[in-house]
Design a protein around this ligand. Structure first.
Ligand SMILES: Cc1ncc(C[n+]2csc(CCOP(=O)(O)OP(=O)(O)O)c2C)c(N)n1
Ligand SMILES: CC(=O)[C@@H](O)[C@H](O)COP(=O)(O)O
Ligand SMILES: [Mg+2]
Length: 638
């Protein structure tokens, strides 16, 4: 159905002209747009379906236009309804495509998106900073609102922010969007606590009814009255009424139904007039409005595209790809390792689904730990486990592991503990964009003494490398991209993984690609094309950045006219830099070394192959690089 109202909403100010019935109709139109996107490409879905009413209620209550009230959505994956009502409806169909709208908040797109985010947990801190800044800048009347999900809420930084806001008695509204889900069902004590708060809400409603009953009981019912009173008092002692937040200095309101738009508007209007730190507990259903998504919010967090959407909005089928990814190879290898060795334990920070660990969670519940969105805690926890004699595997996306920089340093490397880091999504993550590209881990991992840092060149390397890591006695990491498995052609037999040893795929007298990671396949393809032109380019699968195979790689630098280092990570401080440092330390002339990787800028969203080409990392780019270096070399000699 073509929407009637949405095209007229150029800014949230236009919402005020709508009647309650029209607003209700608008919620359907917004959900239809979310469904429409999913018929063309994967995108964040269930979380967005769940916040439609909340988005409207917030924008109807406050004025979040430039330099007025402030709104931060934690993480930002649930920003789609906001995009639709803030002048981006016309471009909404481009979301998550190269050059199109981003799937997360983007200040370059709209004044309503204050921060570009995608990592969870920082909204309460930034809203508090915005409030403090506004007050100092003479805008003390601005309201400050953060919306944070129950999955993100247990992040340590949130509690740092609550502590600070409570201490300052700052006028801040934190809306806790509780849908009882992270990507997977949420884990941990805070979730249990929130469930008790839910019960309190039910109890409050029930208490009113119970009091009515008690008041209507005639005198002869005195015995019944006292047992009902005892029940009420017992329940009250057991139930929690937002006490946790009250202890932090917040006033707790709720829980309220997050899909009842008029009720939400009423309470927000009321809270807008109040001072001090306030926490509003809102209950929503992840996937609300689309039965399949509400029933299976894990799959529908970011589902594959829909095969068909019927008139009744039924999703007939999901298009699933049969291709295996690096994530599959690693999770399979981990499962086997856990079967073989009772000391192996696996840790995830709320990414059980993304890391494909469901089977491990099912088969080894006592050695599987989902610590929630708490990456720093996960790494320090792993340090403790390793000290106790276990072999913990920290399975975290490269970009999220940035949160644990200090724990990698202190709790793992400084203690020289055997913790294995599986860094998934290391490289360009495609439509997710700059918040999620895992392109900084090579520099941050290779910094610390003791750390061994590896990347499989292809499928053949992946599981042997994991096995090697599980046997190595010290901190060790492997990085692999969000990509399907590929196997490169080897003329010589596969060489086993050996500490600090590269694999020579082939040697060539005109130069050499030295690949760190799975762009090895592009290097092999480029070398093949160049050979057809008579240019003998060799290919080395570096496997290790730390320790670096100096024998092999420095021999190439010393003897060949051209060495191209290739990596799916930042050039600054990356693998190529490690080669240059080693060559320099060995007193070699490094002018033959050319580094290819991710340039020193944030890479926007698009398909991985499009982005690789933008960074000069496609097969054709590598071929062209070699051709032009040779032309320049010839020109120099003439
Ligand atoms: C630091 C960090 N770790 C992990 C993630 C991956 N992640 C994105 S959304 C999400 C679940 C968030 O749950 P919640 O805040 O309750 O939002 P919901 O999707 O339920 O609306 C996770 C784990 C992330 N974005 N940032
Ligand atoms: C918002 C967020 O951080 C996750 O939902 C992430 O986008 C998932 O990425 P994958 O789809 O690669 O697991
Ligand atoms: Mg949630």
């Amino acid at each position: 159905m073509t929407p009637k109202l949405l095209p007229q909403i150029k800014s949230p100010h236009d919402l005020h002209a709508l009647t309650d019935e029209q607003l209700q109709e608008l919620t359907h139109e917004i959900r239809d747009e979310l469904i429409r996107v999913l018929t063309t490409r994967p995108a964040h879905f269930a979380s967005n379906l769940g916040v439609v009413e909340l988005t409207l209620a917030l924008h109807l209550t406050f004025d979040f236009s430039k330099n007025k009230d402030r709104l931060i959505w934690d993480t930002g994956h649930q920003i789609y309804p906001q995009k639709l009502i803030t002048g981006r409806y016309d471009r909404f169909h481009t979301i998550r495509t190269k050059g199109g709208l981003m799937g997360f908040p983007h200040p370059g797109e709209s004044e309503y998106d204050l921060f570009m985010t995608g990592h969870a947990g920082c909204s309460v801190s930034t809203i508090s900073g915005l409030k403090a800044g506004d007050e100092l800048m003479g805008r003390a009347d601005n309201h400050a609102v953060a919306v944070i999900g129950d999955g993100a809420f247990p992040s340590g930084i949130v509690f740092e922010a609550l502590n600070n806001i409570g201490g300052m008695n700052q006028n801040t509204l934190v809306v806790l969007n509780d849908n009882q889900m992270s990507i997977c069902p949420r884990t941990g004590g805070v979730g249990k606590y929130l469930d008790q708060c839910r019960m309190t809400g039910l109890y409050q409603g029930g208490k009113r009814r119970l009091n009515q009953i008690l008041n209507n009981i005639p005198l002869i019912g005195e015995a019944a009255r006292s047992s009902l009173e005892a029940l009420r008092d017992g329940l009250k002692a057991w139930l929690k009424d937002g006490m946790l937040f009250e202890e932090f200095g917040f006033r707790y309101f709720g829980p309220v139904d997050g899909h009842d738009l008029p009720a939400l508007r009423r309470i927000l209007k009321d809270l807008k007039g109040q001072k001090g730190p306030i926490l509003l507990h809102v209950l929503t259903n992840k996937g609300h409005g689309v039965p399949q998504a509400a029933e299976d919010p894990v799959t529908y967090h970011t589902p594959p595209v829909f095969e068909q959407v019927g008139p009744d909005r039924a999703i007939v089928a999901l298009k699933k790809s049969g291709a295996k990814a690096y994530t599959d190879a690693i999770s399979f290898g981990l499962h086997q390792a856990m079967q073989d060795d009772p000391k192996v334990a696996v840790l995830t920070a709320a990414m059980c689904q993304g890391n494909k660990l469901e089977k491990i969670r099912e088969d080894f519940p006592e050695r599987f730990f989902d610590v929630g969105i708490c990456e720093s805690h996960a790494v320090a926890f792993a340090g403790g486990m390793a000290k106790a004699g276990m072999v913990p595997v920290v399975d975290i996306y490269s970009t999220f592991l940035q949160r644990s920089f200090d724990q990698i340093f202190q709790e793992v490397c400084l203690q020289n503990l055997h913790v294995v880091f599986c860094m998934d999504r290391a490289g360009l993550t495609g439509p997710e964009g700059p918040t999620h590209h895992g392109v900084f881990d090579v520099p941050y991992m290779r910094l610390f003494p003791h750390m061994v840092s590896m990347a499989p060149g292809d499928e053949a390397d992946a599981q042997p490398m994991l096995k090697f890591a599980l046997k190595h006695n010290g901190p060790i990491s492997l990085r692999y991209p969000k990509a399907n498995l590929e196997k490169v052609e080897r003329t010589a037999p596969f060489t086993p993984i050996e500490l600090g040893k590269a694999e020579v795929i082939e040697w060539g007298e005109d130069g050499c690609f030295v690949a760190f990671g799975t762009l090895l396949s592009n290097c092999v393809a480029a070398a093949k094309k160049l050979r057809a032109e008579g240019i003998q380019m060799g290919v080395v699968n570096a496997r290790f950045v730390k320790p670096l195979d100096k024998d092999t790689i420095l021999k190439a630098v010393e003897t060949l006219p051209l060495v191209v280092t290739v990596e799916e990570g930042t050039i600054e401080g990356g693998f190529g830099s490690a080669v240059l440092e080693a060559a320099n330390a060995a007193g070699l002339d490094t002018r033959s070394v050319v580094r290819r990787g991710i340039p020193d800028k944030f890479i926007e969203h698009g398909e991985r192959n499009e982005l690789l080409a933008d960074c000069g990392l496609s097969v054709d780019d590598l071929v062209e690089l070699v051709r032009s270096s040779r032309t320049a070399e010839v020109a120099k000699c003439e």
